[in-house]
Structure formats: structure tokens, C-alpha cells
Ligand binder design. Structure first.
Ligand SMILES: Nc1ncnc2c1ncn2[C@@H]1O[C@H](COP(=O)(O)OP(=O)(O)O)[C@@H](O)[C@H]1O
Ligand SMILES: [Mg+2]
Length: 432
């Protein structure tokens, strides 16, 4: 194989995918353009690495507009990330919107100068934006505001109190639904969770602050999307090989694709151990991120899933007892479906029994490592959570299982380290 053809790895790790390599999400994109067309609003949500930033960048691309039958020159598209406004404040937010908007108006120097003046005078409020929206409207254009990581605007910080937040959210709502300028304005936000789970408590005398959004969740990729994403590997076996470690999770798929590409497309001898080690070290951050963003109840459920699936791989004699876990799962369907929405787990119904497993077996492994890291003290703290979730007897079983694992590390590690069958088969195929 020539160096030329392997010089560029066609997978995108740790960065949003460029619009021309964007895969799938057709119905979500169509929904976004329906909202844009109607000057309505959309809230996209999905867990870490599910493709929120990529989605917004796809929407900001003028080719996407044309493909969806809209004229991009009629819009001023502004894309901003709330993580960049640090610490988050409303005036910081409006300033960011105004200055990005200004950069987009090179063909309108007078308007540009007007915005520059507003910023200079420190008049960065929603009212300044209204004033500019009116002018944009007069030119038969409208603003599409794409706001990434909106979660940041829904957490208090030292300079952003609960009252500030309520006021900011009501300003956004007024801009979207009440003011006349709403006809020149469409806003699309992304967040890790559905907006109704974030932000301030609702005030019964007011409409919910998020009521004007249409909601769409970014789901894990389906088989067609997975096949499309992996198509640069030119081997149909890749999909099955990767299933166990990445399933439909966009980030994990890109990482797996990136590393497999190196194994398959270079002249080196494919090495499944090296592949797994690289995959593990490249994904640790994602799992850590997911774990940190789950609450104690969710963490307990993840531990239960990891442990009960793991026990299935142990010898009958060498076991811990987690019988009865199904009952806990059946009582916590809501929490489990949230984890599924985050792309962490998937479920399967088998002879009327619902079985949960991890999207990636590496995440399962990682959770077991978290179990190992539970020392006496944190176990004590967790026991309280266990008791809220299950009976005394079940809690005891779980505590015992955690203890068992700690005492049998030597037996457990080789099982955990087993290289998924699919990867072995695929790489062997290319080893000749
Ligand atoms: N539609 C898509 N097609 C191909 N790759 C994608 C797609 N969406 C996301 N990815 C890939 O998945 C990873 C995470 O995407 P990103 O947009 O950063 O997610 P998020 O913002 O939700 O954390 C990146 O490596 C990106 O290239
Ligand atoms: Mg992102």
C-alpha cells in the first residue's frame, strides 16, 4: 500500500466531524430546518460525545441549507459555545452573540459599526440584540443562533445567581416568543440532558422557560449509520468487530475507526492487544466524563449492570450472588431509560426479560474498576444510596459482590482483559 493512501486517516477523533463527513441524523436535520423556516426554536440533547457540536456545525454549513431547500444568504448564522463564556454571565452571552454577529456582517459596514459601538459602550443586553434584529429584519434577513453546551447557562456560578438565571431565561423566552423581533430570530441549543431536567424550578404562575423549544434527542447511530461511518475501512466485517466496544456511540466509533484504520491500512502486522490498549486509553476520558455526570442512583444502577453481566462470565462455582437484580431494574425503568438516552447502556428484551448491557464493553470494564476504587468510607456512603434503591437483602448482596471483586482481582483481570472476539477475528483476517 502506498504511503499516500494511508497518510490521511479518515476518522475524526476528539473533534467535531467536518460537515462533508457528517453521517446520518437526517430526521433531526429536517426538524431543525422546519424550525428555522418557521422562526421557531429547537433544543437538541445527548450525552458526551453523541455529536451535539458536530450537529450544530452541520447546521451552520451553507451546503446543508441548500440541500434542505433553504437559501443561506437570507440568514445570519451565529454559532457559539457557552463553555467559552467563562464564567457565564448574561452580559457575556449577549456580548458574544453581538460580536460574532458583527463578524458575519462584512457586507454591511454601517450595521457592523453600530454593533461595534454597542459593544464598546458596554451595552451588551438582549435589548441591543433586539435593536440589531430589527435592522437585520429590514434587510429581509434573520438570525439563526446556534448555542452549544447550553448547560453552562443553566448552572449558577459566583457571578450568576439563581435570580440572574431566571431573568436571563425569561429574556431568551421573550426574544423567542413575545417581542416583535421574534420573526427574525431562531435559536437552537444543545445540552447534555433534556432542558426540563436542568435549570431553575418552574414557577407555577409562569409558562415553563423552555416551553417554546421543540425537543430532539441525538440517539446512538443505527446500523446503516454505523456502516456509513465505517465505510472508509472498506471491510464489512468492521461493523461486527466494533459492535462490542463502540456500538452506535459516535465518539467511540470514530476512535475505533481511527485505530482500526491504522491496524488495517498500514503495512504493520495487525496487533489486537495494541489496538485494545490504544482504544482503552483513548476512551478513558469519555467514560470518566459520562461517569462524572451521572448521579449516585445512576452510578449504582451502572454498577449493578456491570456486576451482573460480569458474573455471567465467571465460573459457576467462583461466584457472587446478585440474584433478584431484575426486580430492581424493573422498578427503575425511568432512570435506566435516561442512561439509555445518554448512550451509556442499551436494552434488549429476551423472552419477556429486559436485559441491560453497556454500549461499550470497555465502559463495563471501566465501571468495574470504579467498583474497585470504592474504599470502606465511600462504600459506607454508597450503602445509603443502595438502601434507597433496594431491599436490605439486595443491598447486602451488592456490598458482598463489591467485596468479592476486591478479593479476587487476580481472577477477574484476565477475564476483563479478554479481547473481544470480533476484533480478534477481524485483525487475524488482515494478518496474512
Ligand atoms: N453525525 C456524525 N457523523 C460522524 N461523526 C460524528 C457525527 N457526530 C459526531 N461525530 C463524531 O463523534 C465525536 C463526538 O462528536 P461531538 O460533536 O464533539 O459530540 P458532543 O458535542 O456531543 O460531545 C467526534 O469525534 C465526532 O467527529
Ligand atoms: Mg460538544
Amino acid at each position: 500500500m502506498s504511503l499516500q493512501s494511508v497518510s490521511r486517516n479518515p476518522f475524526f477523533v476528539d473533534k467535531p466531524v467536518p460537515p462533508e463527513h457528517f453521517v446520518g441524523r437526517t430526521s433531526e436535520i429536517a426538524a431543525a430546518f422546519d424550525q428555522i423556516y418557521n422562526r421557531s426554536h429547537l433544543a437538541i440533547w445527548g450525552g458526551p460525545g453523541m455529536g451535539k457540536t458536530s450537529f450544530l456545525e452541520k447546521l451552520a454549513d451553507s451546503q446543508t441549507w441548500e440541500e434542505n431547500g433553504l437559501d443561506p444568504s437570507q440568514a445570519v448564522i451565529v454559532l457559539l459555545n457557552c463553555e467559552n463564556i467563562s464564567p457565564f454571565t448574561p452580559s457575556g452571552f449577549w456580548q458574544e452573540v453581538l460580536s460574532l454577529l458583527k463578524d458575519k456582517l462584512d457586507d454591511k459596514p454601517t450595521l457592523q459599526a453600530e454593533i461595534a459601538k454597542l459593544i464598546e459602550e458596554g451595552k451588551t443586553t438582549k435589548d441591543s440584540l433586539r435593536q440589531i434584529l430589527r435592522k437585520i429584519g429590514k434587510q429581509n434577513r434573520f438570525l439563526v443562533l446556534l448555542v452549544d453546551d447550553y448547560d453552562v447557562a443553566l448552572q449558577e456560578n459566583e457571578q450568576y445567581t439563581h435570580d440572574n438565571m431566571e431573568q436571563f431565561l425569561s429574556e431568551c423566552r421573550n426574544l423567542a416568543v413575545h417581542f416583535r423581533e421574534r420573526q427574525y430570530f431562531s435559536m437552537i441549543v444543545t445540552s447534555l440532558r433534556r432542558l426540563n431536567e436542568l435549570g431553575p424550578e418552574l414557577n407555577p404562575s409562569k409558562s415553563p422557560w423552555y416551553n417554546h423549544y421543540l425537543f430532539q434527542r441525538l440517539k446512538p447511530f443505527n446500523n446503516t449509520e454505523i456502516a456509513q461511518l465505517l465505510s472508509p475501512l472498506r471491510t464489512p466485517e468492521a461493523r461486527d468487530a466494533i459492535r462490542e466496544i463502540a456500538d452506535g456511540h459516535p465518539s467511540l466509533l470514530q476512535i475505533a475507526g481511527f485505530l482500526l484504520y491504522i491496524e488495517l491500512e498500514t503495512d504493520k502486522v495487525p496487533d489486537s492487544q495494541a489496538f485494545m490498549d490504544d482504544f482503552e486509553s483513548s476512551t478513558i476520558q469519555i467514560f470518566q466524563n459520562i461517569w462524572d455526570r451521572t448521579n449516585q442512583v445512576e452510578q449504582t444502577l451502572l454498577m449493578l449492570i456491570a456486576l451482573s453481566n460480569f458474573s455471567g462470565r465467571l465460573h459457576q462455582k467462583e461466584q457472587f450472588d446478585l440474584s433478584g437484580t431484575d426486580l430492581i431494574f424493573s422498578q427503575k425503568e425511568r432512570e435506566l431509560s435516561k442512561l439509555e438516552e445518554q448512550g451509556v447502556i442499551v436494552h434488549q428484551v429476551n423472552e419477556q426479560r429486559t436485559m441491560y448491557s453497556f454500549t461499550s464493553s470497555i465502559m463495563e470494564r471501566w465501571v468495574i474498576q470504579q467498583v474497585w476504587n470504592t474504599d470502606e468510607e465511600s462504600l459506607k456512603a454508597r450503602e445509603k444510596v443502595f438502601l434507597n434503591l433496594m431491599s436490605h437483602k439486595q443491598a447486602e448482596k451488592l456490598t458482598n459482590a463489591i467485596g468479592w471483586l476486591g478479593q479476587h482481582k487476580d481472577d477477574v483481570i484476565p477475564i476483563l482483559k479478554r479481547i473481544p472476539q470480533g476484533i480478534q477475528v477481524l485483525l487475524r483476517l488482515f494478518a496474512v
